[in-house]
Design a binder for this molecule. Sequence first.
Ligand code: ZN
Length: 54
Amino acid sequence: MTSWKLRCTDCGTEWILKVSYDISDLKRIYHYCPVCKKNTFHEVLGKVEEKDTS
Ligand SMILES: [Zn+2]
């Protein structure tokens, strides 16, 4: 799983999306926003590096 930082273009909220595929080529994705409670466009701000604690 890779974590991606997204920003909703509707409400401006930044949040983390975990997906199993690479979305770094995408400038924007259409996804459900937990704040707007609807599907909105999100800017892909970049990959979030996670420390492997195992
Ligand atoms: Zn939103």
